[in-house]
Design a protein around this ligand. Structure first.
Ligand code: NAD
Length: 526
């Protein structure tokens, strides 16, 4: 049985290129709107049986898929690197290893996280009532994903959706279709039930058709502009969505921070994946007294980085995904220069290499009014600004439309926590940058224009189920006091309810007993 749809190749194909060399590495179908509709219908049918599977059975598929990935680890890492431009080591460290951990975590824990939950309903329980929540699968989950983490982002969401009992239609980015298809192939190899996971390659139109096909949930990761379009279209069917969008993540370095560690973290946070992470360090604020020393460390370490093709094991910084993305970086850097900031190192395309390589770039004297401090750059730039007080650092960090992640660097953990709580972003790390997307147990998601909803962790799994409340009355011999048969006596009873029962105190509620008996007798007579 096959888990992926293979469409005949037509002229309407997507060509996949290696951005480090410009060479074609393969083609995939640009799936039509009709084919998307058909796939969603098949997914709905498959859901009827998949929803009945036990957690254990789902977990076995996931763990077998995990084995396949381990067996093919080097080929998969190379494919990710070739199609996205990132170093093979980052394909392993930032995609494959974290997603393997996520797979085992949700395979082993989804049942526990989604176990039915009893709710304490207060004094109503003394009247023979009980409530519980069970978590029902939603149906067809559409996953629309970007190119920057082409393996770990969609695969993590696929696994969570399947474990929750949903079927999935995945639309990978048109820039990384082969990695998307690989995810389908992995599940085909473990004989996942037909149509439980379908991978539909294609461009934005294929994605839009998937939104129109009214899946039961959309998990979207990508740009703010596309997120807004999807939110509008999804509203037509009231399809619930999770939006994981862009960021302009700040890093605050206080004068008491470990500057060695902070400077290494800053360059990794800004330049890994060629700066194309939603949670990249895109703005750095350093406290005035250590600004010069810190900036010198950053520049020195940046100049020691090796930029080359991702396939070379000594490469630190690989190619960017496309000319378009590189042009945005060039524009932001040019704007920094025009606006009075200083380019300390980098600042241009790497002329030594043929592909879309932009040199890791450190910029000082940046200010929040500059374009590269307001819009997502999504490239290897690290603009640095100074601050003098804790309050100013918080204000500078919060002066943005985005709110995905932020980091605070200080040896004073009380201060770190205090500042963290004042920053408006979905994840704040103290003495760490960027990496928590790799922790399966923790929630991931943004504030403000960085989106809404969560992926990963318990909160992420909860996005993929419908909480259903089941309330039971074991005590039907007596009529409810609030049923019809309204009267003066009823009014008196509910005055008493308002005063006594609604206080939450059992002691006060006891005072209601005589009035309640009167009301029940009245109702029985009617
Ligand atoms: P994008 O918005 O251009 O594309 C994302 C996906 O949406 C692609 O699969 C694309 O084909 C599809 N798409 C495009 N138009 C569509 C439409 N009208 N309807 C439905 N689908 C459509 O984003 P991108 O360039 O692939 O990714 C980069 C962006 O993603 C950055 O802004 C980055 O910050 C963000 N991102 C966010 C997170 C996060 O977790 N918050 C993670 C990774 C990337």
């Amino acid at each position: 049985m096959s888990a992926i749809l293979t469409f005949p190749k037509t002229q309407d194909e997507i060509v996949s290129f290696n951005p480090a060399t410009g060479e074609e590495i393969g083609r995939a179908a640009n799936v039509s709107a009709q084919q998307v509709q058909d796939a969603v219908e098949k997914s709905r049918l498959a859901f009827q049986t998949w929803r009945e599977t036990r957690f254990k059975e789902r977990a076995e598929f996931v763990m077998r898929a995990r084995e396949i990935i381990l067996n093919e680890i080097d080929e998969i890492a190379r494919l990710i690197s070739d199609e996205s431009g990132k170093p093979v080591v980052e394909a392993l460290s930032m995609e494959i290893a974290p997603v393997l951990d996520l797979m085992q975590y949700f395979a082993r824990n989804a049942q526990k996280i989604l176990k039915p939950e009893k709710i304490n309903i207060g004094q109503l329980k003394f009247l023979g009532r009980s409530s519980k929540i069970i978590y029902q699968p939603l149906g067809v989950v559409a996953i629309i994903s970007p190119w920057n983490y082409p393996f770990s982002i969609p695969l993590g969401e696929v696994v969570m959706a399947l474990m929750a009992g949903n079927t999935v239609v995945l639309k990978p980015s048109e820039l990384t279709p082969l990695v998307g298809l690989k995810i389908g192939e992995i599940f085909a190899e473990v004989d996942l039930t037909e149509n439980v996971l379908q991978v539909l390659t294609g461009d934005g139109k294929t994605g839009a058709a998937l939104v129109d096909a009214a899946p039961n949930k959309i998990m979207f990761t990508g740009s703010v502009a596309t997120g807004k379009k999807i939110a509008q279209e999804a509203a037509k069917n009231l399809t619930p969505i999770v939006l994981e969008l862009g960021g302009k993540d700040p890093m605050i370095v206080f004068k008491d921070a470990d500057l060695e560690a902070a400077s290494s973290a800053a360059i990794w946070g800004a330049f890994c994946n060629s700066g194309q992470s939603c949670s990249s360090v895109e703005r750095l604020y350093v406290e005035e007294p250590v600004a010069e020393r810190f900036t010198n460390l950053v520049v020195e370490k940046t100049q020691n980085l090796t930029q080359n093709r991702g396939s070379d094991s000594a490469t630190d910084v690989g190619a960017m995904i496309s000319e378009n993305q590189l042009k945005t970086v060039e524009n932001h850097v040019a704007d920094f220069e025009r606006s009075g900031a200083k380019i300390l190192t980098g600042g241009k395309r790497n002329a030594r290499l043929n592909g879309t390589f932009f040199e890791p770039t450190v910029i000082s004297q940046a200010e929040n009014s500059m374009r590269g401090m307001r819009e997502e750059t999504f490239g290897p730039t690290l603009p640095i600004a100074k601050f003098t007080t804790e309050q100013e650092a918080i204000e500078l960090a919060n002066d943005t439309d985005f709110g995905l992640t932020a980091s605070v660097w200080t040896r004073d953990l009380a201060k770190g926590n205090r500042v963290a709580e004042k920053i408006l972003a979905g994840t704040i790390t103290v003495n760490e940058v960027l990496y928590t997307h790799g922790i399966a147990q923790t929630p991931w998601g943004g504030f403000k224009q960085s989106g809404y909803g969560r992926t990963h962790g318990k909160l992420g799994l909860m996005e993929l189920v419908a909480p259903q409340h089941i309330h039971v009355n074991r005590f039907t011999v007596l009529p409810n006091a609030w049923w019809f048969g309204y009267s003066e006596n009823g009014i008196e009873t509910f005055r008493g309810f308002a005063r006594h029962f609604a206080s939450g105190s059992l002691f006060k509620t006891m005072k209601l007993a005589p009035q309640m008996l009167k009301r029940i007798k009245e109702l029985r007579r009617k």
